[in-house]
Structures are given as structure tokens and as C-alpha cells.
Design a protein around this ligand. Structure first.
Ligand code: SAM
Length: 240
């Protein structure tokens, strides 16, 4: 039986966010994010729609906020390289355990890893052409979400794009994730927090209506498949 999903479980905690989390399980979780993201996060769509057209015009800068194990950044770097395009890619995470692991597993992708909060980059006056995140919004408290949107809007400046991708909370998403990961709980996902934290993430995540209600002016929510949400802020001159 799925738990009650009519309201966000904002008080539920993901095991990986515990500062005392088992280090081996945490590192296996960073490593296994790649598999999960390849299935649910559709990095190819982000690349084709939002990254490649911009990178064809010039060398662009990309910031991934809350990059975790850095797999999205490395996947974008791989696709850019394949297409003969160039970009400077920064994987930002406020958790040194994540950036430390990700940097040690760059595998020649050439991504820059930075342990800092978005507010640190804002203070430095940093600006990027594309600011992305994946599975970040549901981690944040009600106070942190507007701060994150303000920070990422500033980091994209007047001409940059911001795209936050996350899970859409629903009974179907919970049941599908529970059933789809169950056969792998004792093998592929064993020794990681992926299954437990994935289910908690769905309980913590937003519906499209909830996210639209807190989105500032100029930001738009789109629904995606499977059970995905996108919160976007287009550069002002590209808005309809
Ligand atoms: C679940 S992880 C997402 C990992 C990765 N993006 C993925 O899709 O696999 C969320 C990460 O966001 C980081 N984070 C949260 N708020 C942040 C902020 N304002 N600046 C930088 N990192 C932040 C946390 O430290 C955490 O590692």
C-alpha cells in the first residue's frame, strides 16, 4: 500500500542527507545515481533541447546545482564532445562528500567540481549561460526553495536559461518506482540508499500545481514523462 501522498511529506528525511550516513552506502548511491538518472531523468532531452542549440552558437558555460555524483555533468560533457561542441561545465554541491566523490570519478570528462552553496557563487558575481538542476527542488525546505530560485535566477543573469528538473509526486510514480526497483533491491541497488531515498523523494516532491503556486513571475512549470516536472526561467527576450 502506498503511503498518503495527497500532501508533501516535507518532514521526511532522506538517508543520504544524514551527515553521519554510512560512507560506503553513500558512495554507492552517488555511483548508482547514473543508472537511475539514465532511466528517469532523460538527460538526452535536456541536451538536445536546451544545451546543444546554444553550444552550436558559441562555447557556453553550464552550472549544475546540487550535482551529487556529477553524472549529469559528465553525460552532458560526453554528448558535447561527441558532437564536436565545447562548454565549460561546473558541478556545484554544498556537500563536500558529493563533490569529493564526483571529482575522483571525473574520468576525463573535464568537469569542474565545486563545493559551495549557490549564494557563494552569487556573492562572487558568477554568471552562466545555462543553470540546471536535477532532483534538487524536493530536497529543499519551504524557505530554501525561493532562495534557490532567486540564486539560480541571478546566476543565469539577464540572458541565461534556468531549468530545474524533478519528480512529480503521485500515487502512480510511487507505485511504479517501488515495483520497478524491487527486483534490483538485492543486486544492482544493494548497499545504496537509492530505493529508500527514491521513495522518500517521491513523498517529498511537488505536484505541478504546488510548484506553479510557488513559482515566481517569469518562471513556468512543465509536466514531463515519466512523472517529471520542469521549472524553467527563459531569458527575458525568449519569453512569449
Ligand atoms: C539528491 S541530490 C541530487 C543529485 C543529482 N543532481 C542527481 O540528480 O543525481 C541533491 C544535492 O543538492 C545539494 N544542494 C542543496 N541545496 C544546494 C544549494 N543551494 N547549493 C548547492 N548545493 C545544494 C545537496 O547537498 C545534495 O547533494
Amino acid at each position: 500500500m502506498p503511503p498518503e501522498l495527497s500532501a508533501r511529506a516535507a518532514g521526511a528525511r532522506e538517508l543520504m542527507d544524514d551527515p553521519g550516513a554510512d560512507r560506503r552506502m553513500l558512495e554507492r548511491t552517488y555511483e548508482r545515481f547514473r543508472l537511475v538518472n539514465a532511466v528517469v531523468s532523460r538527460p538526452g532531452l535536456l541536451y538536445r533541447r536546451d544545451i546543444r542549440p546554444r553550444a552550436r552558437r558559441r562555447t557556453i558555460s553550464i552550472l549544475d546545482v546540487g550535482a551529487g555524483g556529477g553524472d549529469l555533468c559528465r553525460e552532458l560533457a560526453r554528448r558535447l564532445h561527441r558532437d564536436g561542441l565545447a562548454a565549460s561545465i561546473t558541478a556545484l554541491d554544498a556537500d563536500a562528500r558529493a563533490t569529493g566523490w564526483a571529482e575522483a570519478h571525473d574520468d576525463g570528462a573535464g568537469v569542474r567540481y565545486r563545493c559551495a552553496h549557490t549564494s557563494d557563487l552569487v556573492r562572487e558575481g558568477a554568471v552562466f549561460d545555462v543553470v540546471v538542476s536535477n532532483h534538487l527542488l524536493h530536497h529543499l525546505t519551504a524557505d530554501e526553495l525561493p532562495e534557490l530560485l532567486a540564486d539560480t535566477g541571478r546566476l543565469a543573469g539577464d540572458r541565461g536559461l534556468v531549468v530545474h528538473h524533478d519528480i512529480a509526486r503521485s500515487r502512480a510514480a510511487y507505485v511504479l518506482f517501488a515495483a520497478g526497483t524491487w527486483p534490483f533491491a538485492g543486486n544492482l541497488l544493494a548497499g545504496s540508499f537509492i530505493r529508500d531515498d527514491g521513495l522518500t523523494s517521491i513523498r517529498r516532491s511537488y505536484t505541478a500545481e504546488e510548484l506553479s503556486a510557488v513559482a515566481p513571475a517569469g518562471w513556468a512549470v512543465r509536466r514531463g514523462i515519466p512523472a517529471r516536472l520542469e521549472l524553467r526561467r527563459e531569458p527575458p527576450d525568449a519569453r512569449p
